[in-house]
Write a protein that binds this ligand. Structure first.
Ligand code: ATP
Length: 282
């Protein structure tokens, strides 16, 4: 069975840096830029792989994994980078990005171009589940990324990614259901849903949509041995969603701390690993 203690320690350390970036004495820093349907996140780790800074902003620049507002994405990424450089007192140079699996042709390099437009040097483009699994380290199991627009199921066997399925249904659908049930605007429902104090009330309201997510996971895993499931992505932040899915699927479900930050952190870890490997081969 997977042990997510190390992942939790790293994620806790990353979240602490949101309000209190760690002072850095070196410019050996590695960044991960994650462009999502709901958020753009920039993470920074140091040469030891320890998180030193993280900033994020709600954004509406990506749909179905594709950049639909290029200028908006560049502006937000540039602002996040500038703010972190100011607090860290150093320039951010090396960066990696990630895209949903299977979107290489459709993306056409747009995510990489957004990162490069900020002045950073993009050293690698990962697929999102590979980045997430650099934090989670599952050998055999499904990493389920419940994001804003979609749910992605990535099945790992012996540490290798063997199957990826991405289906529409994510936090946006939860917010739509909540908005209807509580007669709120979509934006108000988004904010209401994200407040942990409302989660006990929200979960039963969105339960049919959680069931839809469970049925997507069941169908994605039907031809594979999947001993356990690890939930990541912003929608997995909803308290109790893990228990609901576990009960429905009858498979052990694990949820790391701060699941929304798993992929962004993994991208920065991947940036560091990639550059260390390149240096070893040089
Ligand atoms: P996608 O993976 O679909 O491209 P994304 O990368 O933007 O989207 P995430 O950042 O992983 O997705 O998740 C965004 C979703 O998570 C949004 O729908 C947001 O409302 C939801 N979310 C974020 N924080 C919370 C929270 N505390 N409680 C419940 N939902 C949350």
């Amino acid at each position: 069975m997977i042990n997510i203690t190390c992942a939790n320690k790293l994620l806790d350390a990353l979240i602490k840096t949101v309000d209190a970036p760690k002072p850095v004495k070196t410019d050996e820093l590695y960044c991960g830029l994650d462009l999502g349907t709901a958020f753009i996140v920039l993470t920074v780790i140091n040469g030891n792989g320890d998180p030193v800074a993280c900033a994020y902003q709600f954004a509406n620049v990506v749909r179905d994994g594709l950049v639909v507002d290029y200028v908006g994405a560049c502006d937000i990424a540039a602002t996040l980078k500038k703010n972190l450089e100011k607090v860290l007192g150093t320039e951010l140079i090396h960066c990696a990005v990630a895209i949903p699996p299977g979107t290489e042709q459709l993306d056409g390099g747009a995510v990489k171009n957004v990162a490069e437009s900020t002045g950073m040097n993009v050293v690698a483009v990962f697929d999102e589940p590979t980045a997430a699994n650099l934090v989670i380290n599952t050998q055999d199991g499904a990493v389920v990324d419940i994001g804003g627009g979609t749910t992605g199921i990535s099945i790992f066997e012996h540490g290798k990614l063997v199957e990826c399925i991405d289906e529409s249904t994510g936090g946006t659908h939860f917010s739509l259901v909540l908005a209807g049930a509580k007669n709120m605007s979509f934006n108000d429902a988004e904010l209401y849903k994200r407040d942990a104090a409302h989660h006990a009330e929200v979960l039963p309201i969105v339960a049919p949509t959680v069931d839809k997510v469970s049925s997507i996971i069941r169908s994605a895993c039907r031809n594979r041995e999947v001993p356990e499931i690890i939930l990541v992505g912003g929608t997995s932040e909803l308290s109790g969603i893990e228990g609901h899915i576990e009960k429905t699927l009858n498979i052990p479900v694990h949820k790391p701390h701060h699941p929304m930050f798993v992929t962004p952190l993994g991208i920065a870890l991947g940036c560091r690993l990639h550059m260390l490997e390149e240096a070893n081969h040089a």
